[in-house]
Design a protein around this ligand. Structure first.
Ligand SMILES: N[C@@H](CCC(=O)N[C@@H](CS)C(=O)NCC(=O)O)C(=O)O
Length: 250
């Protein structure tokens, strides 16, 4: 199949040739996302686009931890956000959005094959797992709590995250950056909401993981997302009510 589409513009004289969306330098991306205070999955795709300076339009929808939201069905096949539209073509699931973008921007994954494989393993592990931690500590950027001793199953998730971050930083990270593999990659975007959760609920981390967390919290795009979250007015009692359980503000 020909990779170059020929378009004839009305009244524009001769036909012009134009690469299809997959080959264009500056595709027209629209990212549908949830509100910034609560929507942890949305942060991942947004952060990748921001970090790599990729132009996109943002459209925010209301999300509230629903099992199914029919209002999102026209926007995303899985009726969830984030969903990236590339000239109208939908890409949903945060990990698939990352892979779609990385095909055009290979620097989104580490250059070394083994580092890249490890980054893919942990990004997939994040996408599929850590349910106990995610349930016990929802992202809610307006909170910064004293914290409490995690339940054993939540602690297991935390221990695994510390193991993942420590291995990446000590075994795979190049010297040219503070992120999991040195330079910022898809793996960092995937773990970004976990960084916030551990910070919000005051989970103490060993030194390597703590340093990584500080680097992520200092990322300019994380700061931009955070300021925008603080301006939002949408509130959900099931998330905000956890403040008391975690000892109130710190
Ligand atoms: N596995 C999906 C999860 C997406 C997801 O659960 N999104 C939530 C918002 S963070 C959603 O759209 N919920 C619908 C709603 O609450 O109305 C991904 O990686 O993108």
């Amino acid at each position: 199949m020909d990779v170059v589409a020929t378009l004839r513009l009305k009244g524009a004289g001769p036909s012009i040739t134009m690469a299809p969306p997959s080959l264009r330098q500056n595709p027209m991306y629209t990212l549908y996302l949830g509100n910034k205070n609560y929507s942890s999955w949305s942060l991942r795709a947004w952060l990748l686009l921001k970090h790599f300076g990729i132009p996109f339009a943002e459209r925010m929808v209301s999300v509230a931890g629903r099992d199914y939201n029919a209002a999102l069905k026209p926007l995303a096949g899985n009726a969830r956000v984030p969903c990236l539209h590339d000239d109208g073509f939908q890409i949903w699931e945060s990990i698939a959005i990352a892979e779609y973008l990385a095909e055009r921007h290979p620097a989104m994954w580490p250059a070394d094959a083994k580092a890249r494989a490890r980054a893919r393993s942990i990004a997939a592990e994040m996408h599929a797992g850590f349910v106990k931690l995610r349930t016990a500590m929802p992202m809610n950027l307006k909170l910064k709590l004293k914290g409490k001793t995690p339940a054993p199953e939540v602690q297991r998730d935390i221990d695994r995250i510390v193991e993942i971050w420590t291995e990446a930083r000590t075994r795979f990270a190049t010297a040219d950056g503070p992120y999991l593999f040195g330079q910022f990659s898809v793996a960092d975007a995937m773990f970004a909401p976990i960084v916030w959760r551990l910070h919000i609920y005051n989970v103490q981390l060993p030194s390597v993981a703590a340093a990584y967390s500080r680097a992520m919290l200092a990322h300019p795009a994380m700061a931009e997302w955070y300021s925008a979250a603080l301006q939002e007015t949408e509130a959900h009692a099931q998330y905000d009510g956890l403040a008391a359980e975690y000892g109130g503000p710190r």
